[in-house]
Design a protein around this ligand. Structure first.
Ligand SMILES: Cc1cc2nc3c(=O)[nH]c(=O)nc-3n(C[C@H](O)[C@H](O)[C@H](O)COP(=O)(O)O)c2cc1C
Ligand SMILES: Nc1ncnc2c1ncn2[C@@H]1O[C@H](COP(=O)(O)OP(=O)(O)OP(=O)(O)O)[C@@H](O)[C@H]1O
Length: 175
């Protein structure tokens, strides 16, 4: 697996998943396994496009669940071919939605997986409807825990802050 900086990857075709992926928890793992399966069936490489630090750490000071090296290792274990690790800083935040779309065009995605609330570009101006005008976009069904709640990095961070490691670990599902 290869790790790229933003705008340094070009591919003739790909299947991509975009998001913070902090913790690479069980919900993320389902998304990524599906992306890897699709990329193999289409005969193109799989790409995870992610951010360092995760936007919630940058804006809200959230404690991260994984550092960049840990995230990359977990993605590698899931069979991902390429990771784009965008440096999420003041300059990156200024980029327009169209500028981000231009960057994504460089990897020619046959399918892009994002969350239904995915936003991109300065002041979160770009949304799924805009992305859909440029690429085939796929949304995944939520993966929930036994109690029925959607698994999220936010939920896992809260459990860890409350000292409930024994509840957090099964949601991460790293074994
Ligand atoms: C090019 C680009 C610029 C962004 N600029 C902003 C911004 O100005 N303000 C903001 O709150 N989030 C910004 N974001 C972050 C997104 O709102 C969002 O958190 C990110 O795409 C991660 O998606 P996820 O929440 O589905 O994991 C930007 C994202 C991208 C890709
Ligand atoms: N429980 C889940 N089930 C299915 N897909 C998920 C789940 N959690 C996250 N995803 C997907 O993984 C990708 C990255 O999501 P993201 O990193 O924003 O997850 P999150 O856990 O909701 O994060 P946060 O709690 O920090 O907002 C998106 O495509 C999102 O829809």
């Amino acid at each position: 697996m290869r790790v790229h900086q933003t705008e340094s990857l070009t591919l003739a075709g790909s299947v991509a998943a975009i998001g913070a992926f902090d913790g690479v928890h069980r919900g993320h793992q389902t998304v990524i396994r599906e992306m890897v399966r699709k990329s193999r069936s289409e005969g193109v490489p799989s790409v995870v496009y992610t951010f360092n630090p995760p936007p919630r750490a940058y804006f809200q000071g959230a404690q991260t669940l994984t550092n960049p090296d840990e995230k990359v290792q977990l993605l590698k274990d899931l069979g991902v071919d390429y990771v784009v690790m965008a440096k999420f800083d003041e300059a990156y935040l200024q980029r327009t939605p169209n500028n981000f779309i231009k960057e994504l065009s460089m990897i020619n995605p046959k399918s892009v997986i994002v969350g239904d609330d995915f936003r991109f570009g300065n002041k979160r101006a770009g949304d799924v409807a805009l992305l859909r005008r440029h690429f085939p976009v796929r949304l995944m069904n939520p993966v929930c825990c036994a109690e029925g709640e959607r698994i999220s990095s936010t939920r896992i961070r809260e459990l860890i802050l409350q000292g409930k490691q024994e509840q957090a670990l099964p949601l991460l599902g790293w074994t």
